[in-house]
Design a protein around this ligand. Sequence first.
Ligand SMILES: NC(=O)c1ccc[n+]([C@@H]2O[C@H](COP(=O)([O-])OP(=O)(O)OC[C@H]3O[C@@H](n4cnc5c(N)ncnc54)[C@H](OP(=O)(O)O)[C@@H]3O)[C@@H](O)[C@H]2O)c1
Length: 355
Amino acid sequence: MAPNSPTTSDRWTARQERGMDGLQLDRNAVIPPIGPTSCLIKMAAVSLNYRDVAMMTGAYPGRFEGSMVPCSDGAGTIIAIGSDVSLYKVGDRVCTLFSQGRQSGFVTPAIRETTLGNKLDGVLRRHAVFDETGLVAVPASLSLIEASTLPCAALTAWNALFGLEGRRLKAGDAVLAQGTGGVSLFAMQFALAAGATVIATTFSDTKAEKLRRELGVQHVVNYKTNKHWGETVRGFTPDQEGAHHIIEVGGENSMQQSLKAVRAEGVISVVGFLGGKPLAGQELCSFTDVLFIAAVVRGINIGSKEQFVAMDGFIDQYDIKPVVDEKIFKFAEAREAYQYLLDQRQWGRVVFSFD
Ligand SMILES: NC(=O)c1ccc[n+]([C@@H]2O[C@H](COP(=O)([O-])OP(=O)(O)OC[C@H]3O[C@@H](n4cnc5c(N)ncnc54)[C@H](OP(=O)(O)O)[C@@H]3O)[C@@H](O)[C@H]2O)c1
């Protein structure tokens, strides 16, 4: 450990089998030693994802054993480095990479074993040691609070819109983003910056107004009062042939409408499962629907470090500011923050600031 570096630190731990009560504050936990290629980070901010909360409520498909430090998305400052670190220096501002092993290219089973806040200890701690390859420089135009929102939600949106060769979003395209969650808000911001027409869905009239006024979204549809929102979305696309890209966060329950909204050869990025399991008797889409529409249905697994770096450049170029909820939580308020997200009270990202 470098001279004057802390040797112990506070952290939250999670035990899945205890539900929300499984979140425990652990004072003075020992900080692991800094290896030759690792960096000691003083975490400044952590952003909460639906995944983090779903893991504690049982709604998340992936399970973890025993106790681990939760959350994947954080930003902070490097305060000590190992002898062989070449990418960063002390004082650099960095974000964590969601899948520590995913430097570039496609996801693999081995990479899936390197996700923070599930397979590996996450970021809800005041100090953390990561290999330099598992860190990404913070965009110059963002604060650490803003940057903490990038590793999962933003990178997923980026991968969905720009990650598929031959189908990258371009100016003039039409994009449908479902709901006003973190992934969808980033997708809207990226798409608007790229010159696309953006159609959003939300159940809330208040949020619909914010989408129009604060983000500049051109069309908003209420997916709860309008059961045939897919047709409505199609009607809003400039040539009425459907969306080039759809950010599908509802899952099985909304796919049927997404197939009404997509254009031939358009891409539906299957990102989430917020709509839960289908109700008994509910009409679902079929493989034949996908065939007849000739849509590209693509499951998304976050993204790579290479994509993260490209996204950072885009964020700086277009001065994109992540939407952060007005209520910022303190380090000690993990349970309150989890409940806040569970209650869906947020507008934008739910963030902890450690100062
Ligand atoms: N595959 C991946 O790589 C990846 C990465 C990140 C997230 N995810 C998943 O993607 C989903 C979204 O994540 P997030 O972090 O953006 O969540 P979030 O911030 O918690 O999103 C919540 C918002 O989603 C909207 N919503 C809720 N139920 C919906 C439904 N049935 N249909 C459409 N919209 C609905 C609501 O918007 P309104 O209040 O405006 O209606 C709600 O406020 C989650 O299932 C998450 O696990 C997957």
